[in-house]
Design a protein around this ligand. Structure first.
Ligand SMILES: Cc1cc2nc3c(=O)[nH]c(=O)nc-3n(C[C@H](O)[C@H](O)[C@H](O)COP(=O)(O)O)c2cc1C
Length: 292
């Protein structure tokens, strides 16, 4: 949801104030087992200004106002505010003087510190979510202060895409067995059986081929001459985000020290389509001696 457009001056002021903070401490009484209508109304005036911020609570009531805070926590979820665990619950009976002055018991001190520390930590942690992302994938600071704000790196948002999911690993193993069988029998049809129609392929020598028809013709011609020296395929690593298998596969010349042999490392991208895995792209890199 983008920035809101408010018409009333008081809403604009309230929005600017709330937007200017990274985290909040709500102080609430308890009315009929909930927070006050006034506070709920003030919260409801805004939305995006609250998003991806952190909040802690100080409550007061006959039982410390804890039920008011429980309701506020539900409201925070809808506002995309991270509510912290520690909360200060002041009793109307023991934390206030006869004239209503606040005289908190000493045990609230560490709780207050803990709550404030958590708010600061979570507000900081959510900074990358609050910052808009530019067209290059970099996370920038607040749009209005972008020229002064330091660039925040993408690091905090880097995802883990998943690795070695059983299904994808099984698919890669089956695919590589087909390559091996095709190579061993010099049968391009077996080799290319699960190559997608619109695949993209790069040979060990930097030649690119787009589409199954071209690659298949090239493989048929190569295998008809049966010049490929023996080698063994081995799955090195599979990274498996949903529906995709990215596999590093080693093709090792046999015997390994045969000077006429050919070894390569391939990166194969397989895509799941209607329950079947298909090669979408292949990148083959010859393995040569490392320059000394
Ligand atoms: C209508 C009403 C409902 C209340 N409900 C509760 C309640 O459910 N639990 C509680 O602990 N105190 C309850 N109280 C007591 C208030 O929490 C207490 O009066 C408190 O001082 C109100 O804070 P405020 O004067 O800052 O608004 C209620 C008071 C009123 C007037």
């Amino acid at each position: 949801m983008g920035p809101q457009h408010y018409s009333h001056p008081h809403t604009k002021e309230w929005a600017a104030k709330v937007a200017s903070f990274d985290g909040y401490v709500f102080v609430t009484p308890e009315y009929n087992h909930s927070t006050s209508g006034v506070l709920k109304n003030a919260i409801d005036f805004l939305y995006t200004e609250w998003n991806n911020k952190a909040a802690g609570f100080v409550s007061y009531g006959a039982t410390g106002g804890t039920r008011a805070v429980e309701h506020l926590r539900l409201i925070m979820a809808e506002l995309q505010v991270a509510d912290v665990r520690h909360q200060v619950a002041l009793s109307l009976f023991t934390d206030f003087g006869g004239d209503g002055d606040l005289v908190p018991d000493a045990h609230h001190g560490p709780t207050l510190t803990g709550m404030l520390d958590e708010v600061i930590a979570w507000a900081d942690a959510l900074a990358t979510l609050r910052a808009p992302i530019d067209g290059h994938g970099e996370v920038t600071g607040n749009r209005e202060t972008a020229t002064e704000a330091p660039l925040v790196t993408i690091e905090g948002r880097r995802p883990s895409l998943g690795s070695n999911a059983a299904e994808a690993s099984g698919a890669v193993t089956g695919f590589v067995e087909e390559l091996q069988a095709g190579l061993d029998s010099s049968d391009a049809d077996v080799y290319d059986r699960h190559f997608a129609t619109d695949l993209s392929w790069c040979s060990p020598y930097g030649q690119t081929l787009a589409g199954f028809a071209h690659l298949s013709a090239a493989h048929r011609s190569l295998m008809a001459s049966a010049t490929a020296p023996p080698s063994r395929y081995e799955v090195v690593q599979v990274l498996a985000p949903p529906g995709v298998a990215l596999a590093h596969v080693r093709r090792q010349a046999l015997p390994p020290d045969d000077p006429a042999g050919f070894s390569e490392m391939a990166l194969y991208a397989l895509i799941e389509h209607d329950g079947q895995w298909w090669l979408a792209a292949g990148q083959n890199t010859p393995v040569t001696d490392k320059p000394s």
